[in-house]
Design a protein around this ligand. Structure first.
Ligand SMILES: *[C@@H]1O[C@H](CO)[C@@H](O)[C@H](O)[C@H]1NC(C)=O
Ligand SMILES: [Ca+2]
Ligand SMILES: [Ca+2]
Length: 369
């Protein structure tokens, strides 16, 4: 019972969280999964309650055999295996069949299920999230102006802001008051005008919208991965596992990704070494040679968001023809199992294509011709 209620509670709480960007549109929406009506729930009581109720361990399953996850990850790196690939730091993901989604969804309303058989063709995927350095090259060569720069603000986690910047902010996101719309926050100024990226050129670029991500990938002669490709890459050829290395969040009690340790949103104990973003090269590579595919920053995918999926077999599915939100995958440094257990490969979330925030980035893909 405790398990069931904690799941339900987490679902509710997470709906609050994932929908924070659309508070203005709440009146237009009516279905539960899309609604931002959850902003009406009092948040204070939820916070303390979820900490108690959502803490039960839902890893649930045995890990992937007795082999060390480390060994599995390191032995199978194929970063060197570039083949006929023209892009640096890109891996060839050999296609195959896999189970997309899960029949054991944590967040039913997110459309994590049902599990369905999906066939993926060979494709290329960048081994790393796109870094500030990469993005700077793009901006210097194209003059691209990001949507955060056009709008003049972007969302930043409150605890990362200076007191000076905090003082200037009068509004917060009702359902998620730790998100603050910060004037002047953009990819070069991740925490607003008094911040910069000088020491973070190897960190993932943030405050980039889906539209910005598409422009970058086009410039590289690439594209965003489909959700199916992304998830196939994340699952590393494993059947029905939570993470790229198996089912344990922390094999051998070691950190394999940049997420949140401590109590969200008040106390980040930084046990994995990072309070915010980590370099795109941090943490072990997955079986397919990818870094930070889960954690660090969320990654935009090509697909429009919906939560109803056919259980039929599919070949290179591309999601719905149209929609309002785009799918993002992998979770971020802000995710804690207690409220955003979305650093699992099958987990998903969404934002409008013009949304930007301090925990969303991307990596590019390309078809194998
Ligand atoms: C944060 O959590 C850690 C570990 O539980 C604790 O030792 C520390 O005192 C907490 N810090 C704050 C500011 O609450
Ligand atoms: Ca961290
Ligand atoms: Ca990531």
């Amino acid at each position: 019972m405790k398990y069931a209620s904690s799941i339900i509670f987490c679902v509710l709480f997470n709906l609050l969280f994932v929908n924070i960007f659309c508070t203005e549109e709440s009146s237009e929406k009516n279905s539960e999964t899309e609604s931002c009506g959850f902003v009406l729930l009092p948040r204070d009581s939820k916070l303390s309650a979820k900490e108690q109720q959502c803490s039960s361990d839902i890893d649930g399953e045995k890990d992937c055999g007795s082999n060390s996850a480390d060994k599995y990850l390191e032995e199978n790196q194929n970063l060197e295996n570039k083949g006929d690939n023209q892009w640096a730091n890109t891996v060839l993901i050999k296609g195959g069949k896999f189970k997309m989604g899960t029949d054991k969804p944590v967040f039913v309303a997110d459309g994590e299920g049902p599990a369905r058989q999906v066939m993926i063709d060979d494709f290329y995927l960048e081994a790393y999230e796109v870094s500030n350095k990469n993005f700077e090259e793009f901006v210097e060569s194209t003059g691209h102006i990001t949507e955060a720069e056009k709008f003049g603000d972007s969302f930043v986690l409150d605890s990362l802001l200076s007191e000076e910047v905090k003082k200037t902010i009068s509004q917060a996101v009702a359902a998620a008051p730790w998100w603050l719309p910060v004037k002047g926050a953009d990819w070069r100024h991740p925490e607003g005008t008094d911040s910069n990226i000088e020491e973070r050129m190897d960190h993932p670029v943030i405050h980039v919208s889906w539209n910005d991500a598409v422009a970058y990938c086009k410039w590289k002669g690439m594209r965003l991965p489909t959700e199916a490709e992304w998830e196939y890459a994340c699952k590393s050829g494993l059947q029905d596992r939570l993470f790229p290395w198996g089912n344990k969040q922390m094999p051998q009690n070691k950190h394999y990704m940049n997420i949140w340790q401590g109590t969200f949103p008040t106390n980040n104990t930084e046990e994995d070494g990072y309070i915010s973003t980590a370099p795109v090269t941090a943490f072990p590579s997955t079986h397919f040679g990818l870094k930070n595919i889960v954690g660090n920053v969320w990654e935009w995918t090509e697909d429009w968001w919906n939560t109803q999926h056919s259980a039929e077999d599919q070949h290179n599915p591309k999601g719905p023809k149209s929609g309002k939100d785009k799918v993002k995958k992998g979770g971020s440094y802000m995710c804690h199992k207690s409220y955003c257990y979305r650093f699992r490969c099958a987990a998903r979330s969404q934002n409008t294509p013009d949304t930007s925030a301090g925990n969303v980035g991307f990596r590019c893909a390309a078809s194998k011709v």
